[in-house]
Design a protein around this ligand. Structure first.
Ligand SMILES: Nc1ncnc2c1ncn2[C@@H]1O[C@H](COP(=O)(O)OP(=O)(O)OP(=O)(O)O)[C@@H](O)[C@H]1O
Ligand SMILES: [Mg+2]
Length: 156
């Protein structure tokens, strides 16, 4: 499903990713292990187009290296960022619906599924997301991505 070949990425003059190869097949769970600062987040950001990638990234047979992030997301690649980037002034429910690609279109995951998985979110459904604990924000970030009906999800 995802094939990464000879991926390089830079921050300024720092050459962070130096030829990363990675394959994820349908139904497979792949973990990236390594020391702090080794480049795991950068790998995901480069795949997602948040950091400029050099090399080849194919998703469902399509070359996605260099595409803007929103187009990659619309192809069905979901991304859960490391930094719990929720919308703090919107409610939990509003954050979840923002994850949907098309308003009103139901995907494989529904609001009820999210609340069944994470009852904390149900209890705080109408609270602004900014008051959630760190772990609860992480639950919300994962669920918001699932609401977008991704075919593959990358969790940082
Ligand atoms: N925006 C940035 N500008 C410059 N250097 C950066 C930037 N973001 C990360 N780096 C550097 O790139 C390297 C890889 O960072 P990255 O965040 O990918 O690591 P990581 O494996 O995700 O680590 P962590 O365990 O902290 O999550 C580190 O040396 C880091 O200092
Ligand atoms: Mg990281």
């Amino acid at each position: 499903m995802l094939e990464v070949r000879d991926l390089h990425a830079y921050y300024g003059k720092s050459h962070i990713l130096q030829g990363v190869n990675l394959d994820v097949a349908a139904g497979e769970v792949v973990s990236l292990l390594g020391r702090n600062g080794v480049g795991r987040s950068t790998t995901i950001k480069a795949i997602m187009g948040e950091v400029v990638p050099r090399g080849s990234i194919r998703f469902k047979g399509c070359e996605i290296a260099g595409l803007p992030s929103y187009r990659i997301a619309r192809l069905g690649l979901g991304y859960v960022p490391e930094n719990r980037d929720i919308f703090p002034t919107l409610t939990v429910r509003q954050n979840l619906f923002l994850g949907q690609k098309k308003a009103g279109r139901e995907g494989r995951w529904r609001l009820g599924d999210m609340f069944a998985m994470f009852p904390n979110l149900r209890e705080r459904e109408n609270n602004v997301a900014g008051v959630l604990s760190g772990g609860e924000k992480q639950m919300l970030t994962i669920c918001r991505t699932l609401m977008g009906d991704p075919e593959l999800i990358m969790i940082d």
